[in-house]
Design a protein around this ligand. Structure first.
Ligand SMILES: [Zn+2]
Length: 379
């Protein structure tokens, strides 16, 4: 449903009595408030307020409790769809996707510098600690859902344990050389990962993909040709592009999809549902997509309009864009991994074997340290 009014992002405060054990005092705690045209707010919330929103118009109660009965400001089903469907934000189509040639024709080193410049603007430090979405942890909507599940008749019970899912996107032909060394590290920990492959980009290295499948790894689709246009096309053209990838989909029984550069749209998701895919294109807190910040603000698998989404929660390489070194990455992510384990969120890691990302010895060493942290503390 198109939303014409801009969403208001509110910082929330949860009464200490209702804070779950995984609440983090210094992490982001925001929720997008749905526009009146989508769901009108309740006239008043009786009883004691459990969750407050601080907005530019003042303080609003979001959840209250009276005689052990919960009350909520907006219809929960509508609110949840609004947030998980990311209807509170809009992704901007990059100008280079309108060029008459594929941006991969620009040399990799130059592309990397340009990508760094684009994503540097989305750095959590330049935008301030209180700016939405918090990164790497934005706990606001999870907090709201947790409180509502406790006091209302919510349906978002926290699962008992978090799942580890290691995923990779092979963007270019140069990435294939680093697939085996990466997978071998994972296999040494007994883990079989998920590899998203560009269907009609540089020709896939089938020997490498067959090697992965023989070892129990899974192949998914990483778009048609990684020109970052897919999410912005009308449904019939998206279908045409996916149909052109049938050979790869059928050869590897590909049932999962991640959109190139995290660009996503309702049109794309509607088509993916018809293809029976599981989607990996969302992030819980998104500063990774060059189209702008956002995220589904949810760290568990969920279903929306018939399509299952598995949000990525550990885009391992991203802090490199903001000046961190390979050697600092594991320490950067450890607090979030601990938080995900505490709140039952999934640890969904993403890296790229391409040389400008994780296809080099320094990054492979960092990734090995991450695997040790993930598997040696939680066998
Ligand atoms: Zn990619």
């Amino acid at each position: 449903m198109p939303i014409s009014e801009p969403a208001q992002i509110a910082r929330i405060t949860v009464d200490p009595e209702y804070r779950p054990a995984w609440f983090q005092e210094d992490a982001g705690a925001h929720v997008p408030l749905p526009p009146r045209s989508l769901t009108p707010p309740a006239a008043e919330l009786p009883g004691v307020v459990a969750v407050w929103a601080d907005t530019r118009h003042g303080r609003l109660p979001l959840v209250s409790v009276e005689a052990e009965r919960g009350h909520i400001r907006y219809d929960w089903t509508d609110w949840r769809r609004f947030v998980l469907g990311e209807h509170y934000c809009t992704q901007t189509r990059p100008l280079y996707t309108r060029l008459p040639f594929h941006y991969h024709r620009v040399p990799g080193a130059i592309r990397h510098v340009a990508a760094r410049a684009l994503l540097a603007r989305q750095s959590p430090s330049t935008q301030g600690e209180t700016t939405f979405p918090g990164f790497p942890i934005e706990q606001g909507f999870e907090l709201l859902a947790e409180v509502w599940a406790r006091v209302g008749d919510g349906r978002e019970a926290t699962p008992p344990s978090s799942e580890i899912i290691l995923t990779h996107d092979i963007d270019t032909g140069a990435g294939y050389r680093w697939v085996k060394p990466t997978a071998e590290l994972e296999l040494a920990h007994g883990y079989r990962s998920l590899w998203h492959v560009v269907g009609r980009g540089e020709p896939p290295d089938h020997a490498v993909l067959d090697w992965l499948v023989e070892r129990g790894c899974t192949i998914g689709l990483h778009g048609y040709n990684h020109d970052n246009r897919l999410a912005f096309l009308p449904a019939d053209r998206i279908r045409r592009r996916l149909d052109a990838c049938r050979g790869l989909i059928e050869r590897y029984d590909a049932r999962s999809f991640r959109s190139p550069s995290w660009f996503r749209s309702d049109a794309l998701f509607r088509v993916l549902r018809d293809y029976g895919m599981v989607d990996y294109s969302r992030l819980d807190t998104d500063r990774s997509c060059p189209g702008g910040v956002g995220g589904c603000l949810w760290t568990k698998r969920f279903k929306l309009d018939g399509l299952t989404h598995v949000p990525t929660t550990v885009p391992f390489e991203d802090p490199l864009y903001w000046g961190r070194s390979a050697e600092q990455l594991v320490d950067f992510w450890l607090p979030k991994i601990a938080w995900l384990r505490a709140c039952g969120g999934n640890i969904v890691v993403n890296t790229h074997p391409d040389p400008q990302f994780s296809g080099n010895t320094r990054m492979l060493r960092a990734y090995d340290q991450l695997l040790t942290a993930l598997f040696d503390t939680c066998p």
